[in-house]
Structure formats: C-alpha cells, structure tokens
Ligand binder design. Structure first.
Ligand code: C2E
Ligand code: CA
Ligand code: CA
Ligand code: CA
Length: 280
C-alpha cells in the first residue's frame, strides 16, 4: 500500500544505509575469514582457587581485519547468529580449540580442560552431539579435557531436547557449564537433576565486590552456596582485583578467571604463560 511505501521510504535514512552497509561488510569479512582460515582464537586461563594452579583455559574468538585490527566477538557474533554463519564458525572454533589443546598436551604441559562457547543456533543443530564426538576423534583429545559453555537461555529454551543432548555429551565425558549464570532464568528444579557441572557467575556480579557492594556480594554468595547444594563447581569470571580474589577465596568459590590472572592472548603467548607455571 501507499502507507507502507511511505514507511519503507522513511526507513532508508542515511544512518540506515550505513547500518546495512556495515552488516554487509561484516558478513563479507566473516565469509572471507572462514574461507581463508583467518579467524583467531585467544586463550584465557582459569585458576583453581584451592591449589592456585591453572586448570583450564577458555577459547575466545577474534576476527582479524586490515582496517580495524582484531574485531571482538560482540561485533560479529550476533550477525553470525542471524545469518546462520555461526554454525560454520562454531565448527571451526571447536575444531581449532581441541587441536590446540592436544598440541599443548603433546608439548608436555600439564593437561588443561579447554572450554568453548556454544551459541544457541549451533546447539540447536540436530547433529551437534555427533559433531562434538567427531571433532574429538579427529583431534585425538580426550573428552574429559573439553568443556562446553552454554548460557541459561540455551539450556532453558527446549528443556527436553536440550536435556537429551546434554546427557549424551556428559555420557561422553565432556564437562558442561552454564555461562553468565544469574542473568537468565534458570529453573532451579531443572538444575537439580540436570547434567550441568559448573555454574559460571556472570562478571557483572563481580563489579564493586571489593568496594563493599552488598547486593553483588550477596548474589555471589548465593550462587556459590547454590553450587554447593547442587554439587556443582562454581567459577567467577571477570576477576580483576586482589580484593575480589580475597572475597572469592573467603567464600570458597572453586575457581576464577579474569584479567587479574591473565588477559586473553594468542596460542603462542598462552604457551609462554603455561611455561611460567604461575601460582595464585
Ligand atoms: P563470555 O563467554 O562471557 O566471555 C567473557 C568475556 O569477558 C570475554 O570477552 C573476555 O575477554 C572478557 N573478560 C575476561 N576477563 C575479564 C575481566 O577480568 N574483565 C573484563 N571486563 N572482561 C573480561 P570477549 O572475548 O570479547 O567475548 C565476548 C563474548 O563473545 C563471550 O562472552 C561469548 O559470549 C562470545 N564469544 C567469544 N568467543 C566465542 C566463540 O568462539 N563462539 C561463540 N558462540 N561465542 C563466543
Ligand atoms: Ca564463556
Ligand atoms: Ca560469561
Ligand atoms: Ca557474557
């Protein structure tokens, strides 16, 4: 209709044009990076707060670009989800992370559990469990050295379908964690019987912990004790200060991750970090 025509016309303001161009550019970059194997993984250590040792590592994707250096995932993962390109990206991440972890083990480093972020669309694929199994086979990595990080919204979306997939992954020996825990809507009764192994406290709750933020402190304490009740481990992410670390140790949080221990870095730099055998 005429009305719609006018509305449609109004949509195409110059800023809308810019947004469309921007999206096309990002999509083109994603396709180029996939085709040329140009994506990069950065790695960030996870620390066991009882022993002070690095026990795990999270793989975090970066997209290189000539004009803007390394593009963070927040700038391209949403579009990758929208276009479905996340499926190919996700396969690449899983494959690369497993192979890298095996390579570190073959170099003689103490074995680490590597965690990979799984997006909603990726997890919804019918053959996701088979993909993971195949990737582990191809890389030669044992399942116990792989962890998948899923958000609450993914886990709570289709409870039956998800539970079935999670059970199968767990049966293979893979560790499952809930990322950004506390920001979504987990059903506690579901968690009680779920295959989830680890609650990962969202980093927003770590803010101001060492400045006596009573609300955040209460939330972090509550999640830690929830984990204890459910016999799940709890990890805090976004730990940047000694004060936050002291608080987490005092509350008997199992593990932690954040700039205090190490910023995400490329595979070579992470190898150097491992060589230093730093203890906390
Ligand atoms: P996330 O999984 O919650 O990852 C934590 C984010 O916090 C990372 O940002 C990490 O670099 C950052 N971070 C770590 N320590 C600290 C700290 O002490 N302080 C602060 N302020 N930030 C810290 P990054 O790498 O930009 O990733 C952002 C999000 O993008 C991730 O959030 C995850 O949801 C998504 N993502 C990253 N890699 C992948 C991937 O391979 N696949 C998928 N599907 N999503 C990914
Ligand atoms: Ca994560
Ligand atoms: Ca997180
Ligand atoms: Ca997050």
């Amino acid at each position: 209709s005429k009305e719609q025509g006018r509305n449609r016309y109004q949509w195409f303001t110059s800023s809308m044009d810019d947004m469309v161009i921007e999206k096309v550019n990002i999509e083109t970059s994603i396709r180029k990076c996939l085709a040329n194997d140009e994506f990069i993984l950065h790695y960030q250590p996870k620390i066991n707060l009882e022993t002070g040792a690095t026990y795990g590592v999270e793989a975090l994707i970066r997209m290189p670009s000539y004009e803007n250096g390394l593009i963070p995932p927040s700038s391209f993962i949403p579009l990758a989800e929208e276009t479905g390109l996340i499926v190919s990206i996700g396969k690449w991440v899983l494959d690369t992370a497993c192979k890298q972890n095996k390579a570190w083990q073959d170099k003689g480093f103490a074995p680490l559990r590597i965690s990979v972020n799984i997006s909603a669309r990726q997890f919804l694929q019918e053959d996701i469990v088979e993909q993971v199994r195949q990737t582990l086979n191809d890389s030669g990595l044992e399942p116990k050295w792989l962890e998948l990080e899923l958000t609450e919204s993914i886990i709570m979306r289709d409870l039956e379908d998800t539970a079935e997939k999670l059970q199968q992954l767990k049966k293979m020996g893979i560790t499952i964690s809930i990322d950004d825990f506390g920001t979504g809507f987990s059903s506690l009764s579901y968690l009680k019987n779920s295959p989830v192994d680890i609650l990962k406290i969202d980093q927003s709750f770590l803010k101001c912990i060492d400045e006596n933020d009573d609300t955040n402190e209460a939330i972090v304490r509550a999640i830690i004790s929830l984990g204890q009740s459910l016999q799940m481990n709890v990890i805090a992410e976004g730990v940047e200060t000694e004060g936050q670390l002291r608080f987490l140790k005092a509350e008997q949080c199992n593990s932690a991750q954040g700039y205090l221990f190490g910023v995400p870095c490329d595979a070579q730099a992470f190898g150097e970090f491992l060589k230093s055998k730093k203890q906390w």
